[in-house]
Design a protein around this ligand. Structure first.
Ligand SMILES: C[S@@+](CC[C@H](N)C(=O)[O-])C[C@H]1O[C@@H](n2cnc3c(N)ncnc32)[C@H](O)[C@@H]1O
Length: 478
């Protein structure tokens, strides 16, 4: 049972996160700094409970408010959320089903009434053990009311999951509607299951340093359990998510933290030795480093971004990586006049475009609440502008790779379509042969089951155990 002070502390943290002014990760870090007396285990429990609350935000709000008129004072409301999130944490499976495969996630709402009852009962049992002055009786009464409501609803509907839809998808309505129409129920619910779990810790082995197998042994010798990632030839997955901050393999550039989907995106851009390659939206350089290793530190690799702050974070990583072929440049905008020098000269351009980031909801469950629906058309226009500017750099026969970590067709297929309408000289490359070449043909889901996915490759947490990524490729005709 979490001690009562941990529940009040979790409540205080949730109250800050719920302003949705800053990313939850940043709020958590500030909060932990301000509470130096918390032990290692308590810090971990606090973080896990806060992120669980964010993953089940609407469900927990619904339960916390049930039977409470007038509205509860804030502190009490957030303490209720805290109690429920700790109970959910104890009851909801944190790991993906094994073997993690499409069929393993049911195409049904994640919270069955049986699971809901177990969570509420767990919370009630804990509240029953509190001293009276901590509000034991009131909490038990409220939770009893929630259990009765669940039972009544279940009896009325006769469904395995009788909770309101919003309590099942836990997303803003506009977003749930968009995803449901993009993926259909057959994929929407398995996706919702997968997005409710925390992402694994994936590392990319820098092949300029060592082979993956050797690094796997090195980690295992340090007592760190790891296994090769299912799809990327460079990846290691660490199920226990140990802290690697002090690990020499991170300090000497042998390992970089990188989701397997992001590794695949670099792999499928197929950068080669001696080429001129541009990473147009390089950010802190996650893909740049992988591209540089693929090019074996030869040719020229340009890392562009409009954010000096993000690009600055690439520098120490570059030094560790052993790469010397990278030229970083902060752009004024995608229309920066200095880009003209490269027009028609580049073999390959990767556009890892700024996007809603919804494919990373496992790691950043609060993203959905920071994102206004009106942001999507703005992003789409920016994505199209960047893609068009990037296309101008390519020589005939060159390859353009467009990627987002968004789950929304508006930022993916729609952008490809708009680009294709403007630039008929760019021929879309077909995925099956490309994937086959890399032994990755299994990444393509049956196109009949994923509606409208004709333009790109979609990596999805419930199908591939990666963050959500969209990737499209074109070849500039000569
Ligand atoms: C998805 S992030 C890139 C992540 C990066 N590739 C990595 O692997 O770490 C998108 C990046 O696009 C940058 N960006 C935004 N507007 C841009 C523009 N007009 N031109 C180039 N980059 C831009 C952002 O600063 C951000 O770093």
């Amino acid at each position: 049972m979490p001690p009562h002070f941990l529940l009040t502390t979790t409540g205080a943290l949730l109250q800050r996160i719920a302003r949705f002014e800053e990313p939850a990760n940043a709020v958590l870090l500030q909060f932990l700094k301000a509470h130096p007396r918390l032990g290692v285990r308590e810090r971990q429990q606090l973080g896990n409970a806060a992120f669980t609350a964010l993953r089940f935000w609407r469900l927990l709000q619904y339960w916390a408010k049930l039977g409470s008129t007038p509205q509860l004072p804030d502190a009490q409301h957030f303490e209720r959320l805290a109690l429920l999130s700790h109970a959910l944490l104890a009851q909801y499976p944190q790991q993906p089903p094994a073997p993690a495969a499409q069929a393993a996630y049911p195409a049904a709402a994640p919270i069955t009434d049986a699971l809901a009852r177990a969570v509420l009962q767990q919370a009630r049992d804990w509240a029953g053990q509190w001293p009276q002055e901590d509000g034991s009786a009131a909490a038990q009464q409220w939770l009893g009311h929630c259990i009765d409501a669940l039972q009544a609803e279940g009896a009325a509907t006769g469904q395995a999951s009788s909770l309101p839809l919003a309590c099942q998808h836990n997303l803003p309505d506009w977003l749930a509607e968009k995803l449901l129409s993009a993926y259909g129920t057959a994929h929407f619910w398995p996706l919702m299951h997968a997005l409710r779990q925390s992402a694994p810790l994936d590392l990319r082995v820098n092949l300029l340093a060592h082979k993956r197998q050797i690094v796997q042994h090195m980690l295992q010798e340090q007592g760190i359990a790891c296994e090769p990632t299912p799809h990327s030839p460079w990846g290691l997955r660490l199920p226990g998510k140990p802290s690697l901050r002090q690990n020499p393999l991170m300090h000497n550039g042998t390992l970089e933290v990188q989701d397997e989907g992001s590794q695949l995106l670099a792999l499928l851009s197929e950068a080669k030795r001696g080429e001129t390659v541009v990473d147009f939206c390089a950010g802190a350089g996650g893909k740049t480093l992988a591209l540089g290793a693929m090019m074996r530190d030869s040719g020229r690799l340009y890392a562009f971004d409009t954010s000096a702050h993000r690009l600055a974070r690439l520098q120490p990583r570059l030094q560790r990586s052993g790469l010397h072929n990278v030229h970083a440049m902060v752009l004024q905008s995608e229309a920066d006049a200095r880009l003209q020098r490269l027009h028609g000269k580049v073999d390959r351009v990767l556009v890892d475009a700024p996007c809603s980031g919804l494919g990373t909801l496992r790691r950043h469950p609060d993203l959905a609440w920071h994102l206004p629906a009106e942001e999507i058309p703005r992003l789409q226009a920016l994505q199209l502008r960047i893609l068009s500017a990037a296309a101008a750099l390519l020589k005939p026969g060159g390859h353009l790779i467009y990627a987002t970590c968004s789950l929304l067709p508006d930022e993916n297929e729609a952008v490809c379509q708009l680009f294709a309408n403007k630039r008929p000289q760019f021929a879309q490359e077909s995925w099956p042969p490309l994937l086959e070449k890399h032994g990755l043909a299994h990444l393509l889901p049956n196109p009949n089951t994923l509606p409208g996915r004709t333009q790109g490759l979609m990596l999805l947490p419930h199908l591939h155990q990666t963050d959500g990524f969209f990737i499209a490729r074109w070849r500039k005709q000569g």
